[in-house]
Design a binder for this molecule. Structure first.
Ligand SMILES: [Zn+2]
Ligand SMILES: [Zn+2]
Length: 97
C-alpha cells in the first residue's frame, strides 16, 4: 500500500505531549494523560460535563530530580535513566560506553 508512515493499528498520539502510544495503552506512556476518546468511568451516554482537575495549586511544579528529554521534550522522573517516551538516555547520565 506504500503507506510511509505505517504505524501499529490503533496507535494514538497524545494530545498533551504528542508522544505516540500503542493501542493497548490507555494512558500516555510519557505524561500519563488519558487516551483521547477512551471512555473512563461509568458508561453513560449522557454527556456529563466532567470538570477538569484544577485542584492542583502548583500545576507546573516539577518533582525533584525530574528531567526533560532533549529529544522529545517529555518530562521524565528522576528515577528514569531513559526517556519513557523515546528511550533517549537521560542527559548527563553515566552510561557505560
Ligand atoms: Zn503524553
Ligand atoms: Zn524523549
Amino acid at each position: 500500500l506504500g503507506d510511509k508512515f505505517k504505524k501499529p493499528e490503533g496507535a494514538w498520539e497524545c494530545d498533551t505531549c504528542l508522544v505516540q502510544n500503542k493501542a493497548e495503552d490507555i494512558k500516555c506512556v510519557a505524561c500519563t494523560a488519558a487516551k483521547p476518546g477512551a471512555s473512563a468511568g461509568p458508561s453513560s451516554s449522557s454527556s456529563s460535563s466532567s470538570a477538569p482537575l484544577f485542584g492542583l495549586a502548583d500545576k507546573f511544579k516539577q518533582p525533584e530530580g525530574s528531567w526533560e528529554c532533549d529529544v522529545c521534550c517529555v518530562q521524565n522522573k528522576a528515577a528514569d535513566v531513559k526517556c519513557v517516551a523515546c528511550q533517549a538516555v537521560k542527559p548527563g547520565a553515566n552510561v557505560e560506553a
